[in-house]
Design a protein around this ligand. Structure first.
Ligand SMILES: [Fe+2]
Ligand SMILES: [Fe+2]
Length: 551
């Protein structure tokens, strides 16, 4: 395979982490060469961590987006595209609104208000210009312009109308009023005893890409009216190689992100679209950790252990549910480009975060989502031993209620597991209590990219073909495949699908429920089960032994 001259030689790249590749490239390519290559957008300022000689994610001063390049461009000829929302760290008061413009514009902004005819609040947008130079001898440079607004003082449980624009394009004008959209803040964090939160729904999947199946899933998701959506990584496959190596650039197409954000806008312009990062989301040519491009496109909560190194690690609370996003690239033995990225910091943070959530009497359920599977049996990736070693003991210690993964392009659901063994059989339709039964793991990686296969027959609601044992494998240190025979593979479905979770909070002392339903892309139910937990039952763990006190 030909490697572009500006990259890391293939032999070296195989032995180097992404951070090492960054250092190598930085030492070889001077800032002067970067300028010769046209890597700095006029009016934009390269920031620390940008990779000299390859590509830049650079913030520009609002109002000066590519200032030199705007001369002669009429803003009325350019419409905003690819709107996508995210919660801030406090979803009851904080929203992040992001979008893209296909060409440089002047003074991008957002208008918002509580009525479509009253968009009095106008906020200037932050510009994150992303320059991708020609990555192959026959490639062409690409400039993309992402815009972001953070809103931090919103009213809880409130619908807001918003529109985005720039000089020459005002969403409040009659010509552009059809581009308005809405978002809804989470209920107030002030837990009022005797008054449970209202029921709500959220959805999740991973491994989406751009396809008719991906769009089909989006449309069925929209019909569920979720309060938020979780995307468990491998977001768009602009990098189809997915090794996190600089050599991935031979197949990289920055424009795939444009198609993805356009496809996703149908849902993501209305519903917070919370991503975690998978192996295909490490783009080595933008920054030392591979996330420089993601930082330009997404605006995630910055409350993780190290938002600079691992921006996909964060947590938020919605009603009685605490949600944690992790970066499994940090612990993956299978694809080790970012293995050890946080040097254990993420895992220590997870321990603290789960303890904090369990000690919060406003939180009943803990949901954790990330890319690589702790427990799956597909022919392709099966299970990630790095996740089992680093995080599964913590999931069990705090009895996490739901773990959602992608990476394997199928739907697969386990029985309840403790200590790597079935702790309770959970056929479709069952009800479990993780506090005493153990943890069920869901792989929902069939969002649209492609489908993998199992070595055993599919078995799902109405089509049960139960086998007692499945021969499979997990990845161990050094990427070694270790064979194993498991009993926990309860539901297997080879088809495009996602999960929806209906949360019904209860009065304190009663049992809150989360009903997990897997839906095929046409809306057919393929699996469901229910999770119960006593509302307001916080856990202080005063003796620090990880066990719930008796009585
Ligand atoms: Fe994938
Ligand atoms: Fe993956």
């Amino acid at each position: 395979m030909d490697i572009p001259r500006m990259g890391v030689p293939e032999k070296l790249a195989d032995r180097m982490s992404m951070a090492e590749q960054h250092e190598y490239l930085r030492s070889r390519f001077s800032r002067r060469r970067a300028l010769r290559m046209g890597a700095v957008t006029v009016g934009a300022v390269a920031v620390g961590g940008a990779l000299g000689g390859t590509a830049f994610a650079a913030p520009a001063t609002p109002g000066l987006l590519a200032a030199g390049a705007t001369a002669g461009i009429d803003g009325s000829m350019v419409a905003p595209i690819g709107r996508h929302l995210a919660f801030g760290a406090e979803p009851d008061t904080q929203f992040r609104i992001s979008w893209q413009v296909p060409a440089p514009v002047k003074r991008p902004f957002l208008r918002f208000g509580k009525h479509p005819w009253s968009l009095g609040h106008k906020v200037q947008a932050e510009v994150r210009a992303l320059h991708t130079p020609a990555l192959t001898p026959t490639g062409t440079p690409v400039d993309q312009y992402y815009l972001h607004v953070s809103l931090d003082d919103l009213d809880p449980d409130t619908t807001y109308y918003y529109g985005v624009g720039h000089d020459g394009f005002d969403p409040a004008s009659q010509q552009a009023i059809s581009t308005l959209s809405t978002f809804h803040t989470a209920p107030s964090r002030h837990w009022r005893r005797g008054r449970p939160y209202a029921p709500f729904t959220f959805t999740a999947f991973g491994d989406q890409g751009v396809s008719s199946h991906a769009a089909g899933n989006d449309h069925v998701i929209l019909a569920q009216k979720p309060a938020f959506h979780l995307h468990a990584g491998d977001i768009c496959y602009a990098d189809p190689m997915g090794q996190g190596q600089d050599s991935d650039k031979v197949a990289y197409n920055a424009r795939t992100w444009d198609a993805f954000l356009a496809q996703t806008e149908t849902v993501a312009s209305k519903i917070p679209w919370m991503v975690s990062y998978g192996n295909h989301d490490m783009e080595a040519w933008y920054s030392h950790n591979g996330y420089g491009g993601e930082n330009a496109r997404f605006y995630l909560p910055e409350n993780g252990p190290d938002p600079r190194k691992a921006p996909g690690v964060y947590a938020f609370k919605y009603g009685n549910v605490g949600v944690v996003s992790l970066d499994a690239n940090d612990v993956s033995y299978e694809i080790p480009a970012n293995l050890g990225l946080t040097a254990g910091k993420q895992t220590r943070w997870l321990d603290r975060k789960l303890r904090e959530l369990r000690a919060d009497d406003g939180i009943d359920f803990i949901v954790v989502f990330f890319h690589h599977c702790a427990f799956s049996t597909t022919h392709q990736h099966a299970s990630e031993g790095g996740v089992r070693e680093a995080w599964v003991p913590l999931f069990e210690k705090y009895r996490v209620d739901l773990v959602i993964n992608g990476h394997n392009h199928v739907y697969e659901r386990t029985d309840a597991i403790l200590g790597n063994k079935v702790s309770r059989a959970v056929p479709s339709g069952e009800t479990i209590e993780p506090a005493k039964d153990g943890i069920v793991y869901v792989t929902a990686g069939a969002a649209g990219r492609s489908l993998y296969n199992f070595d055993y027959p599919d078995t799902y609601e109405g089509h049960e073909h139960r086998v007692d044992e499945v021969k499979t494998f997990h990845f161990a240190k050094g990427g070694v495949k270790v064979d194993e025979t498991v009993q926990w593979s309860r539901v297997r479905y080879t088809g495009y699908s996602f999960i929806k979770v209906d949360v019904t909070p209860a009065h304190p002392g009663r049992k809150s429920s989360m009903k997990v339903t897997a839906l095929a892309e046409d809306g057919t139910r393929i699996d469901h089960y229910t999770i119960l937990r006593k509302a307001g039952d916080c856990w202080d763990d005063e003796d620090g032994d990880g066990r719930r006190p008796r009585g």
